[in-house]
Design a protein around this ligand. Structure first.
Ligand SMILES: Cc1ncc(COP(=O)(O)O)c(C=O)c1O
Length: 409
């Protein structure tokens, strides 16, 4: 096994260095759920959560899950083919109707939903066209499709959010069918995709557009159904993939499309067919959250937007660069790995968790703290975070942009 250890030693050099310098930022151990938790016994406000409407810990979601545990336990010991319940099918029906699609298919994770969708749709007659800042699930689904014997689609990338660049690729593609995949909101930059332009171009070139709306679900549109509602494009995008791991309180993936497309994916996606079905307590919690969102969606979404605006205005006033963000996801650009890690550690010492995003997740010079504002944050939480960001943004020259200088040992 020595080669594995040699490989680990080579590939984990940066991890080792960060641990030695006590700035390793990941896998922090929460001791409770919720946006207000503790780490090593110390209270922490979590700004890295994707619980965008603050409903994950809602008593109704917990109660629904508890009841489902009594009825179904925590697992069904098989995949959906052999282990579908009335709860799965009812939630699929309700999500299809809420999002405004003919049908919905529940996967066990959003990652698997995207993998399965791409691998099922893309074959040797297809050019898969991706934004160059695509999420790992989109890239991995595409790479997997390329590796399936006899199917191997062509793969091309267009410049981030650029309709012109997409059009160039559609014009010069080698295969007859085109599958274009974009995200509603890009999770590291917090910017919305130019979906209206993509819809228009895809219709001219007869390309199928897939929107991964993991971060737009629950946060965009008056009712919170996502980027298509916000941009008045419902009925214009054939396939949406989303997740239950953010607004909907647990885990799970959603495919939304017409009946034929869903049927195709349902019978061919190996990430659906060969992985255990979503546990019913998770289905029940999501259904309880959907009840709340159906009843109060517009007010909840408005509250999220008000809090996000407050945070954005204050961060901008202090002088932080928020990149291209125009949503509740706000990257606080530190533009230097050490500055980002020092900010993270200093903030955490003071009870605020903001996860650092560094190379290779982003390019060198684009390092940042990823700040997610949720409806569950109080104004006091936001003020505490702003005060600390301002102090440490000064102390670590994030605001001035000056060089941090050499490290003292
Ligand atoms: C854009 C995007 N798509 C898909 C996923 C995967 O979702 P899940 O957590 O349900 O696997 C994520 C998760 O972070 C995401 O950010």
């Amino acid at each position: 096994m020595s080669w594995i250890h040699d490989k680990a030693k080579a590939e984990l050099a940066r991890v080792r260095e960060a641990r030695e310098k006590q700035v390793y930022p990941y896998f922090r151990e929460f001791e409770t759920g919720g946006l207000h938790t503790t780490i090593a016994g110390k209270p922490v406000i979590n700004f890295s959560s994707n619980d965008y409407l603050g409903l994950t810990n809602h008593p109704k979601a917990k109660e629904a899950a508890r009841k489902a545990v009594d009825k179904y336990a925590c697992g069904l010991s098989s995949s959906r083919v052999q282990a579908t319940t009335v709860e799965h099918v009812e939630l699929e029906r309700r999500f299809a109707s809420w999002f405004g699609f003919e049908q919905c298919l529940l996967f066990t994770t959003g990652y698997q939903a995207m993998l399965g969708t791409i691998v099922s749709l893309a074959d040797k007659d297809t050019t898969v066209i991706l934004d160059n800042l695509s999420h790992a699930c989109i890239l991995d689904g595409t790479f997997l499709a390329v590796g399936v014997p006899g199917r191997s689609p062509e793969v091309r990338f267009f410049n981030h959010n650029s309709a012109k660049s997409l059009e160039r690729i559609l014009k010069t593609r080698e295969r007859k069918n085109a599958l274009v995949v974009v995200e509603g909101i890009y999770s590291l930059d917090g910017d919305k995709a130019h979906v209206a332009e993509f819809v228009e171009i895809c219709s001219r070139y007869d390309a199928a557009l897939v929107v991964d709306d993991a971060h737009g679900t629950g946060t965009l549109g008056t009712r919170g159904t996502g980027i298509l509602e916000e941009m008045n494009l419902q009925g214009n995008v054939p396939v949406v993939v989303s997740t239950l791991s953010k607004t909907f309180g647990g885990i799970g993936g959603l495919l939304l499309a017409d009946e034929t497309t869903v049927d195709l994916v349902k019978h061919t996606a190996r990430s659906f067919l060969f992985s255990a079905s979503l546990p019913v307590p998770i289905v029940a919690a999501a259904a309880a959250i959907l009840d709340i969102v159906e009843a109060e969606g517009p007010a909840l979404v408005r509250e999220l937007h008000d809090k996000a605006k407050y945070m954005r205005d204050k961060l901008t006033e202090i002088g932080f660069d928020l990149g291209t963000s125009n949503t509740h996801i706000m990257p606080v650009m530190c533009k230097d790995e050490r500055k980002t890690l020092f900010m993270h550690v200093a903030l955490l010492e003071c009870g605020v968790l903001m996860v650092p995003i560094t190379y290779p997740a982003v390019k060198h010079g684009e390092e940042r703290l990823r700040v997610n504002v949720t409806r569950g944050h109080t104004k006091e939480d936001l003020d505490i975070a702003l005060e600390l960001l301002k102090s440490y943004g000064d102390a670590f020259f994030v605001l001035s942009g000056e060089d941090l200088g050499p490290l003292e040992d």
